[in-house]
Design a binder for this molecule. Sequence first.
Ligand SMILES: [Zn+2]
Length: 308
Amino acid sequence: MNTNTIKTVLGNISSDELGLTLPHEHIACYFEYFYGMLGDEYLDKQALYEKAVKYLTEIKLTYGLSTIVDCTPVNIGRDLDLIKRVSEVSGVHIVASSGFYHTEEAMLFDIPEEQIVKNLLADIGKNNVGAIKFAVESEEMTKLSKKLLSALCTVQQETALPLIIHTNAKNKNGRKILQTVLEAEVSPSAVTIGHVSDTDDMDYVTEILKHGCFVGFDRIYKSSRPEYYAQKARDIYTLCERGFADRILLSHDGLVFNGFRADAPLREDNPYAYIFDRLLPALSDIGLTEQEIHSMMTENPKNMLLCK
Ligand SMILES: [Zn+2]
């Protein structure tokens, strides 16, 4: 495969076509067994599809959004048919993910690691998956987490796809996870330590960045407090001053449908808008140039997807 090729749900594209990219979003995360139990009462898939198309189209037309990475792994409702239809109709490129959300699923204990690797590689090949996702919330990794992460490191090395890891910035587990991944000889430029925007401790984030990986300011959420966006802008500015402007990824971790919530309504506001409406103006206010901001939204996600 050409080294500038990006795998999207609708086929391969050149990395030059990525354009303005949100590198950590979701259309929906949900549980198949809840959908199996409750059907439309839990999730109206037609309404989800319509809203996802509407929201992405709005951001495309208003701000020039060209690509999103859908970081939904296989065990929390990754629905490739839906993602494909949304991409086709909205005209936004979508890179899909393989891998696992944190889980203690009994079945996974029994499957040998080599088999998990084989199954993930089959998924990636068959479904033209362009990213690998993993999630660890707890401070210490469980036995199963370690096995899955080890499998995903092998998959990363076999596929040269980026490994995007949901970490917990509050308990700072990103340090240990990164150490584990680097010990497995995954290149730092293939790794994103996600969700560091959940802390304002930029010394912690700097410690992570010093290894050469990417970090995700990828939970820029809806807030009515301008102070929230000003704080995130200060944090990003601090990291830029420390020389890491090219390793910062901006995204929302947005969801049109959040099946983790018991009431689980579809989003009434556009989950992909807050960076454009609130964060980017705050970054301009604090002194980042248009060029620096543009580069953060185009070059950084491109390099992350290319593991550069
Ligand atoms: Zn996410």
